[in-house]
Design a protein around this ligand. Structure first.
Ligand SMILES: [Zn+2]
Length: 239
């Protein structure tokens, strides 16, 4: 299959073109967390022809994941998510260099990524990813979904704050989990798709999402947008 035919529907976009396709092919994107967010985000990134896609997760596929984590088949239950996801994505697009990493290697790989997608589901991981992105001055696209609520934010830590810690300074907070509170597949899938969109836009030079927090009410289908500001006292990104 010719590369042009594969990507023709996006190359035709005025904002993309052959040059934009080359930018994507020259890019490295790291997806941390291969659940409901990461399943969708990684699929769109591989489909779009990101040159190098790094996938990180510590978990194995569980039966309760199949309702929303669309990268996995029933036959994947019990398999490492990174391995199952890498196999699916290689089958989708063999031109993408896909690397499966455990959680520790995922954090270490932040230094190599042009854009990092936080698709995890807990504060401990989110704070660690944010701190590493601040340290290495990376671009972080953060997504979250629970019940009928979604959240999306892009932090350009190549230029300092705001960062995820500015937004959620309370380390002691216990995040609710989807196991307790519930989630519908399309709610988390929508946020995952938008994380991929923000990453692609960033790589293509369409960069007006930085510093914005988008909050989605999936019952009313309404978005709210907030401008985030850096906390000068922030221990992660503050001076
Ligand atoms: Zn901060």
């Amino acid at each position: 299959m010719s590369e042009f035919a594969r990507y023709s529907r996006q190359i035709v976009l005025r904002e993309l073109g052959v040059n934009g396709q080359q930018l994507l092919a020259d890019s490295t994107v790291l997806v941390i967390g291969l659940g409901g967010l990461g399943s969708i985000a990684a699929s769109y990134l591989a489909g779009a022809g990101i040159g190098r896609l790094l996938l990180s997760d510590r978990d194995r596929v569980d039966t309760s994941n199949l309702q929303r984590q669309v990268l996995y088949r029933q036959s994947d239950v019990g398999r490492l998510k990174t391995e199952a996801a890498a196999a699916q994505l290689r089958a989708l697009n063999a031109a993408v260099a896909i690397e499966a990493l455990d959680a520790e290697a995922g954090l270490a790989a932040i230094a190599q990524a042009d854009v990092v997608l936080d698709c995890t589901d807990n504060f401990v991981a989110r704070y660690a990813i944010n701190a590493a992105c601040a340290k290495h001055r990376r671009v972080l696209v953060s997504g979250a979904a629970i019940r009928f609520e979604g959240q999306l934010a892009l932090f350009d830590l190549s230029r300092g704050g705001p960062c995820y810690h500015c937004l959620y300074p309370d380390h002691g907070a216990q995040a609710e989990t989807c196991e307790e509170a519930g989630i519908l597949g399309p709610v988390v899938g929508t946020v995952g798709a938008l994380q991929a969109l923000l990453a692609l836009k960033w790589l293509l030079g369409l960069r007006d999402d930085a510093g914005r927090l988008q909050v989605w009410d999936a019952r009313q289908l309404q978005w709210q947008r907030f401008t985030m500001s850096a906390d000068p006292e922030c221990p992660v990104c503050g001076a």
